[in-house]
Design a protein around this ligand. Sequence first.
Ligand SMILES: Cc1cc2nc3c(=O)[nH]c(=O)nc-3n(C[C@H](O)[C@H](O)[C@H](O)COP(=O)(O)OP(=O)(O)OC[C@H]3O[C@@H](n4cnc5c(N)ncnc54)[C@H](O)[C@@H]3O)c2cc1C
Length: 398
Amino acid sequence: MEKRELVIIGAGPAGLAAAVYGRRAGLDTLILEKGIPGGQINITDEIENWPGTIHSTGSELGETFRKHAEHFKAEFRDCTVQKIDLRDGGKFVVTDKGEIEAEAIILATGASFRKLGCPGEAEFTGAGVSYCAVCDAAFFEGETIAVVGGGNVAVEEAGYLTRFADKVYIIHRRDEWRADRLAIEQALANPKIVPVWNSVVESIEGEGVVEKLVLKNVKTGEVSDLPVAGCFVFVGTEPNVAYLQPENSVVKQTRGGWIDTNDKMETSVEGVFAAGDIRDKYLRQVVTAAGDGAVAAMAAYAYITEQLHLRSVLIDPEEVVALFTSSIDQGQVQLQVAAEKFAKESGKKIAFIDGYRNGKMVEKLGIAKLPTIVEMRKGAMVRSAEPTTIEEIKNFLA
Ligand SMILES: Cc1cc2nc3c(=O)[nH]c(=O)nc-3n(C[C@H](O)[C@H](O)[C@H](O)COP(=O)(O)OP(=O)(O)OC[C@H]3O[C@@H](n4cnc5c(N)ncnc54)[C@H](O)[C@@H]3O)c2cc1C
């Protein structure tokens, strides 16, 4: 079976940044992508908030990210990931083109905006229809625009959009918003915001760019035109996680299916990291996705290095004695120094492992307390003790 060090799933900004960092750290890096490398930005014509590039189309920026990863010899594969299999202590990525065993995996499959599904929506995406106020608000300076939705994001983003637009309609299917009270109060007090209650968008129309929305009042059935230059859709986003079999909880997810990580991008599964829009996070943008990708790759590098080192020291040898101590406990540091001196003088071989930094290995071996000394044969622990003095260590080795 194919075996790789780092497998990255998704070649959006997060996955491509991770590939650059992974390759530069010397990892054998494979990046799996089912569509066009670049990710979601491929569908926008205007990116103005990627530092160092005042203006770019999304596809141009995505292309530079891809070239950058290729420059450092990341390997790309055009395939769809169907499943992550965790079995026999290994991590397997199942794709429509075969299975790959990985030392570490970075999940970077992004998110998708929920769509309205009405005629004109797909046609005008990037030409007046947007799903991102931070990205596109500045293009509607002085214009009349609409927001569709009634939750916090819709109501708050409408407020943000009034910094640019002269008038912002909020179209909602009910007769009150579902947002927090404070957000609602602020929106209702904003003279540029005009609620349109009990209404749904039937179609989005125009010549090349958005010119009007056709609305239907769900109570009266009345159909009317609403002239606008733009339409921001905030009816929710969802992470692309179907391949993680959310029903089996392969990795821990928060409400809505977002992946739960710590600040090293570690998920609940050792050696599986997540980066970019797929994560439970505050701001979903290119710059934050790329930052996550860099962190995930460096954390994966540290994880792989640690695993390889521990394997060569603990698991691969026929026989080994290892002393696990904590590097943040002064008494244990002194005990290790004494044991190192004894090993040198007596010619006994001892592997010294910082149990504080290698918590996952400590857990795997079932070590309950530090310091602990273990004897391993062919990767399995045959005996152990919890020494507190150098004499006890000497007795263990006798
Ligand atoms: C219209 C629009 C405009 C935007 N404008 C801006 C902007 O101006 N500035 C900004 O900073 N951000 C903008 N964003 C947001 C930005 O695009 C995202 O924050 C960013 O792309 C997230 O990167 P990512 O790598 O996490 O995920 P994505 O970009 O979503 O990439 C994920 C990749 O994973 C692949 N994938 C998914 N599932 C699988 C699978 N099972 N197998 C293999 N591959 C898979 C997808 O094909 C995709 O290429 C915009 C988004 C949209 C939709």
